[in-house]
Design a protein around this ligand. Structure first.
Ligand code: UDP
Ligand code: MG
Length: 138
């Protein structure tokens, strides 16, 4: 069993895709074991995406991530990290497979509706950003 972190990004919340995103994860046998809506500050968004701080898109990405509320989900299941990434689809919705969240709901490479941890290491860094161990169920 793995636990991974997923976010409905501000574009997904603005466009009323919270339910659709959760439904895709649940329909694929994953369990939502932590759930929280919050509005990041710029500093918090920069901390969360620190891995990308040298990238040209860092400023725009972190501004976007604090442009409105997000929904954080802790998601549990067998191979949850890989499964969530598959259900999300590729970063660029135009290149994502049919039937993925980003392909179906994304607007472009930045406004792509969801985030998902990409490895055990990133899940370990990202989960405590939003959840403490005791607040996770199941
Ligand atoms: N992003 C962007 N421009 C790019 C690449 C990424 O705006 O050229 C944004 C996009 O929102 C993406 C996030 O930065 O989801 C993190 O990028 P990463 O390469 O980690 O993609 P992900 O893991 O989200 O698929
Ligand atoms: Mg990533």
């Amino acid at each position: 069993m793995e636990i991974t972190l997923s976010l409905v990004k501000p574009d997904g919340v603005r466009k009323n895709f919270i339910g659709d995103v959760m439904k895709r994860f649940e329909q694929n046998g994953l369990k939502i074991v932590g759930l929280k809506m919050l509005h990041l500050t710029k500093k918090q968004a920069e901390g969360f995406y620190a891995v990308h701080k040298e990238r040209p898109f860092f400023h725009d990405l972190t501004a976007f991530m604090c442009s409105g509320p997000i929904v954080a989900m802790a998601i549990k299941g067998e191979n949850a990290i890989k499964k969530v990434r598959e259900i999300m689809g590729a970063t660029d919705p135009g290149k994502a497979d049919k039937g993925t969240i980003r392909r179906d709901f994304g607007n472009g490479i930045e406004e792509n509706v969801v985030h998902g941890s990409d490895s055990k290491e990133s899940a370990q860094f990202e989960l405590p950003y939003f959840f403490d161990a005791l607040s996770l169920n199941g």
